[in-house]
Design a protein around this ligand. Structure first.
Ligand code: FMN
Length: 218
């Protein structure tokens, strides 16, 4: 297992995958846990992850790369696995109740009275986003991006390459995967696997603003 910093230094966006190399089931099980364990505000977990590993599944995801996003199609098709990170569209009181019920079942909440208080406390934040800021979907998307960060850094520590993809048609992908019928919508896609020899991006140096430009120590 690579250290976190080494993983951050060595990881890069893989532009060409070796279609013959497959991520092991054991590694995929760990990756699924990374996604599931990702933190989120008020533990809302406003997400669902569709993971394509068959040629048919990947072809469905590739439908989202038609047209202007065609350059991303080979990444999806040649990857070992492709994760579609979806945002839930129903982040309301009923969803919050499911969160609290789960925490109760998992032993984090002592009794029914504490459960009610817990629900009330978290409703403040949910209602802030639903009714005051009116940005509940944007807020939910932000939580999904935490799962994206967890996934990208996590797989890097496992020696697995990744390509995060925002370049896709959300309407086409939602349609291909039947997401909207399930109250879901695609937010970001990650192709996972192993780089091919043809990946020119692998040998390019990493480019970032300097620490003095992005970090202020006070
Ligand atoms: C949210 C997100 C979306 C991205 N979308 C694409 C994409 O559609 N296609 C692509 O080739 N690279 C995509 N990238 C890769 C970025 O260009 C890349 O992360 C950035 O240039 C930094 O390079 P590095 O990842 O190699 O360190 C995306 C990255 C992120 C984080």
């Amino acid at each position: 297992m690579t250290s976190i910093l080494t993983a951050a230094q060595q990881r890069y966006t893989t532009k060409a995958f070796d279609a013959n190399k497959r991520i092991s089931d054991a590694d995929m099980a760990q990756i699924e846990e990374l996604l599931r364990l990702s933190p989120s505000s008020i533990n809302a977990q406003p997400w669902h992850f569709v993971i394509a590993s068959t040629p048919e599944g990947k072809a469905l995801v590739a439908k989202g790369t038609e047209g202007a996003y065609a350059s991303n199609a080979p990444k999806v098709l040649n990857a070992s696995h492709v994760v579609v990170l979806c945002t839930r569209m129903d982040i309301d009181g009923a969803h919050l109740q499911r969160v609290v019920d789960q925490e109760y079942a998992d032993g984090r909440i002592a009794n029914e009275a504490a459960k009610a208080a817990n629900y009330k406390g978290r409703s403040f934040f949910l209602n802030l986003h639903r009714f005051q800021n009116r940005d509940v979907q944007h807020w939910a998307d932000k939580q999904v991006y935490l799962a994206l960060g967890t996934l990208l850094l996590g797989v890097a520590t496992m020696g697995i390459d990744a390509c995060p993809i925002e370049g896709f048609d959300n309407a086409l992908l939602d349609e291909a995967l039947g997401l909207r019928e399930q109250g879901l919508s695609s937010t970001v896609v990650v192709a996972l696997g192993y780089r091919s020899d043809a990946d020119v991006n692998a040998s390019l140096p990493k480019s970032r603003f300097s620490a003095s430009q992005v970090i202020t120590r006070i």
